[in-house]
Design a binder for this molecule. Sequence first.
Ligand code: GUN
Ligand code: ZN
Length: 430
Amino acid sequence: MTVLLRGLILHTPHNPFHTAGALEAFSDGGLALRDGQIVALGSFSEVRKHHPEAPVQDCREGVLLPGLVDTHVHYPQTRVIGAMGYSLLDWLEKRTLPLEARLSDNRLARELAREFVWLLLRNGTTTALVFGSHFQGATANLFGAAEDVGLRIIAGQVCSDRMLRPELHTTPERSYAEQKMLIQRFHGRGRLRYAVTPRFALSASEGLLEVCQALLQEHPDLHFTTHINENLEEIRTVAELFPWSQHYLHTYDRFGLVTERSVFAHNVHPTEPELARLAEARAAIAHCPSSNAFIGSGIFPMNRHLRHGVRFGLGSDVGGGTGFSLLKEGLMAYLAQRYAPEGVGLTPAHLLYLATQAGAEVLGLGETVGSLTPGKAADVIWVRPEPGSTLEVHFRHLDSAEDLLGSLFTLHGEAQVHRVWLEGREVMVS
Ligand code: GUN
Ligand code: ZN
């Protein structure tokens, strides 16, 4: 059955870093959904002509957007959000890893998984690359919870065998066996995909990175994700642990882990050779601006990534980040670039692109999600201003789509994700 959504529709099917006028807006738009896909997009009157019988959902208050894409978020860390006053390594040791160790308890893991999935949806995220748990059972719970609601996730069991805490350490042999089972069970099942996920080079021996390499060789359609160049002390430690390495990226590259299916979180302090190599390999970056500010990691050198042609999308990095909202991440990216010495002048179209299509491309899903182009999956969100809010005043009085989008990102805290469709099926979020 076809369903028509009617309202202000905004999306960025083109890349605003390359093309002027990348924001496409339909002020009284129509979006037709059928069999999980978008089948038409245009002015409401035009789409209606071709679907005269379809029931219409009136979404004229607020705005219809593509589902948001989070390229970096940690499932065990929802309850860590807000731990102030730390930098990366002491934040991990004192606040994050103790909580992650508790996910050996399957009951807690199941509860956290459900909570996590709903929080993503309530914030309008319909696709995410998720850092799982160090525990196999907890990671299985994450896949199960995502499958139950129809969320599109790429995730994996996090692996580490040194420098964290003993409960979180595995061995290369055990990690291989546990990940194999998860891959067989979940990779390619519905909307679920598996990502090989060493936590970071600091906590991975060469033997463990070899296991990651073996898994990717045995299953060439797996994804790969990890952290890189986030914090200066981390970078110094990695250099000591891998004395043969030319730079941080080399510690992964040596094991064949830098490919177009790789997503590296942060990259706040890259060298020029690393940027050149990332571009050459078509590997991508998850840019997590609120986390970079909150943990005090530094300002993302967006201009240098653009100059080298390194792809990047947005990540919330919960719980180093300040919450699940990618609208907020868009604003944080904008603000950070305003502060940066050679910051990039971002427009509302850039922010929407980064929160949707750019993320989809980073995850290799650019043809599937990220915009509302017909043929793509019907992952759609309807965002409304809270009644009586500043944002509502703006929605009543601004007429330019671009200005409205700028207000939406700026006043994100007053925006409610009111309805969410995953492959055309509405899930209740409010
Ligand atoms: N590096 C290694 N682990 C983590 C983590 O959990 N969060 C962030 N932001 N960086 C990391
Ligand atoms: Zn992270």
